[in-house]
Write a protein that binds this ligand. Sequence first.
Ligand code: ADP
Ligand code: ADP
Ligand code: ZN
Length: 210
Amino acid sequence: MRIIIFGPQGSGKGTQAELIARRHHLPYISTGDIFRYHLKNQTELGKKIGVYINAGKLVSDDLTNEIVKNRIDQPDCAVGFVLDGYPRDQVQFDFLYQLTKIDFVIVIELIDQEAIRRLGGRLACKCGLSYHLDFNPPKKTGVCDRCGHALFKRDDDQLEAIKKRLAIYHQETEPIFAAYLKDGILYHIDGSKSIEEVYQQIEKIIHQNS
Ligand code: ADP
Ligand code: ADP
Ligand code: ZN
């Protein structure tokens, strides 16, 4: 099963993608997490992308497409995957479209105002999990429940960078939904509900259409 999760920054894509991946034993692929890994470890790629990420701008399509192709070609993706944060524009969409078939495209809907409010309290872990100070706190303050690493506030979770990312989402990412709608695989979800309720909406869609 190959699933893509879309939604504005802060809508809960990462949170939901991780739950779905765990439930269905699928790899969870987040281009943002992959880029942050390279940035933190200052790999060749990491040195090239830092300026874009911290400013809330997109990394080039060529670099991004290559990273995704390499990841999807790994043996663990033979059973499928849950993709979060990709594709984000027409060029990436075209690349993925010729690369592999997608079964479900889920769009988590949330107004920008609420998304910004959520991101203000977001705590991230390098393992890909994200927490919220009020809505989804870790069991132990500042530490990831799953892997025990210290949680951090992302450098790009600042109001200016958040607004820029939301604008790019509306301008560059939303227009690509039309093609998935045409293919009959696009589903919209109400993201304003609790984490558990949003998750149940997604499971229902997968169940009813499998
Ligand atoms: P995205 O990947 O779409 O940017 P995240 O999954 O990182 O979003 O979630 C953004 C923030 O909102 C995190 O702090 C997360 O814990 C919190 N969050 C996610 N889903 C919900 C929800 N349904 N209700 C309240 N807070 C949520
Ligand atoms: P967000 O969805 O909040 O922007 P992500 O963790 O998905 O956060 O991505 C963080 C940053 O990584 C983005 O702002 C961008 O610089 C880069 N990035 C992630 N995915 C892509 C992509 N598909 N294309 C280009 N840049 C990307
Ligand atoms: Zn962790």
